[in-house]
Design a protein around this ligand. Structure first.
Ligand SMILES: NC(=O)c1ccc[n+]([C@@H]2O[C@H](COP(=O)([O-])OP(=O)(O)OC[C@H]3O[C@@H](n4cnc5c(N)ncnc54)[C@H](OP(=O)(O)O)[C@@H]3O)[C@@H](O)[C@H]2O)c1
Length: 270
């Protein structure tokens, strides 16, 4: 094949599959279900190179199915509270630029138990704080060089609307809310610490996203009681909220690190 013909073929290929020329890399934690799984699907569909972490790859069936479907998805084991495991994964990917580090994996006590005042489960509270605050910073620091070496240089921190102190109207889920409010401050200070490297640390509240398309289900009676209530109250953010967050993350600059972002592009009070 002549050199000219080879060049024409390569140009043609990059036009058909633009990601060949531009593939960016994302690492998403806690990706076996919920938002994490939806992020993996949507990033993979967009042609990103995806590192999907989960505590339990052996049983992460839906995630493994995505990895079978998309050759650009790699599944890795990661528990953010296991610092040796975090270090080992950071080492495995040493010298690999990561454009977006999506700190998604966390314990949501709205899902795993009430943990209300007067009945506080302190062991659970400590686990929530270690997972949702301490482990998040540990991962961010362990992967700082990977992010700093990338084009996009973004750490996207999944917080929660429930972490806004200004907007608080309920005593529900205090340890979860405290973990997200604490995470917000920790990541604001971390953002100040690393902005000189050009690294954008942005705090985003995803909302409760309808990742399973429950709003479209024919027979809501087949859902759990909680999901039936959510559907009846029209309380889910739409499935496309995940894609909107990817767009939001892609548009972030260092000017955005002082803002508590909501998935839809609006701003929340801290
Ligand atoms: N859904 C909501 O209503 C909502 C609202 C606001 C904010 N958020 C935030 O959005 C993120 C995702 O929420 P979700 O609703 O998708 O939650 P989810 O369905 O409960 O899934 C959370 C994931 O976090 C991971 N995780 C838990 N402990 C971990 C640990 N020690 N190390 C690493 N990963 C851990 C688990 O992933 P693996 O099993 O794969 O390890 C789990 O699948 C969380 O940060 C959550 O706080 C959710």
């Amino acid at each position: 094949m002549s050199v000219l013909r080879l060049i024409l073929v390569l140009i043609g290929l990059t036009m058909i599959v633009p990601e060949i020329a531009t593939a960016r890399r994302v690492l998403v934690t806690g990706s076996s279900q919920g938002h994490g799984l939806a992020f993996i699907n949507d990033y993979a569909e967009r042609g990103w190179t995806v590192i999907a972490t989960t505590r339990t790859p052996a049983t992460a069936d839906r995630l493994n199915a995505l990895a079978d479907k998309f050759p650009n998805v790699a599944v890795e084991e990661l528990d953010v509270t296991d610092f040796a495991e975090v270090d080992a994964l950071a080492q495995k990917y040493a010298n690999t630029p990561i454009d977006v580090l999506n700190l998604n994996g966390a314990i949501n006590t709205f899902r795993v138990g009430r943990n209300i005042h007067g009945e506080t489960d302190y062991a659970l509270m400590e686990q929530v704080l270690r997972t949702n605050i301490t482990g998040q910073l540990y991962v961010a620091e362990a992967f700082l060089e990977h992010v700093a070496a990338s084009e996009q240089k973004t750490i996207a921190v999944m917080s929660a609307v429930g972490g806004s102190i200004t907007n608080l109207r309920s005593s529900m889920a205090p340890s979860y809310r405290a973990s997200k409010a604490g995470l917000n401050m920790l990541m604001r200070t971390y953002g100040e610490a690393v902005k000189g490297r050009g690294v954008i640390v942005a705090v985003i509240a995803p909302g409760t996203i309808d990742t399973e398309n429950y709003m479209a289900i024919e027979d809501p009676a087949t859902l759990s009681e909680r999901d039936q209530r959510m559907v009846a109250a029209n309380a889910y953010a739409p499935r496309h909220a995940i894609g909107k967050m990817i767009d939001l993350i892609d548009g972030l600059t260092l000017d955005d690190i002082g803002t508590f972002h909501k998935w839809d592009g609006t701003t929340l009070p801290w």
